[in-house]
Design a protein around this ligand. Structure first.
Ligand SMILES: [Zn+2]
Ligand SMILES: [Zn+2]
Length: 157
């Protein structure tokens, strides 16, 4: 936590704002989700929800719906983990900053990849996620919305 007089963005503000920036790259119109994986206050990977590389996006061909969910995309959290897999980056003990509470599928993958803490902004109806993180000892932190006015966070000369 930072002092009220401290003009700098806090670490949690910094990384959750980055997750929102990543979400701006989302290609599924149903929900824009962004994720940032962090180790020792350093970003190791980012992700947003979109179709696998080389495949058409929802924004081009529409969503692929199954049981009320779009299954065309790889979710933001999983894309961030897969970026680590692709480039050989260790994920044990990392923190996740995500615009949304992960779905139960992503939560399982995050637990198995060794994610230690999950920070998120928007709740999501997924009781399975809540029971899984509780059972596995992963810390879950619901963050308040950061200051959306970046101008106030950037000091000009
Ligand atoms: Zn979609
Ligand atoms: Zn998910």
């Amino acid at each position: 936590m930072k002092e009220p007089t401290d003009p700098r963005s806090s670490w949690s503000e910094y990384f959750i704002l980055m997750s929102q920036l990543a979400a701006s790259r989302s290609t599924c119109p149903r929900r824009s989700v962004g994720a940032v994986l962090v180790r020792e206050h350093r970003v190791i990977a980012t992700g947003y929800n979109g179709a696998p590389a080389g495949q058409p996006h929802c924004t081009e061909v529409g969503c692929l719906m199954e049981n009320g969910h779009c299954v065309r995309t790889i979710h933001a959290e999983l894309n961030a983990l897969l970026q680590c897999a692709r480039y050989g980056i260790q994920t044990a003990g990392v923190d996740l900053y995500c615009t949304d509470l992960p779905c139960r599928h992503c939560a399982r993958n995050l637990v198995q990849a060794g994610v230690r803490t999950i920070y998120y902004l928007r709740p999501y109806e997924s009781p399975e996620t809540l029971s899984l993180v509780e059972a596995t000892g992963v810390e879950l932190i619901h963050l308040p919305w950061p200051n959306p006015d970046l101008e106030t966070l950037i000091r000009h000369p």
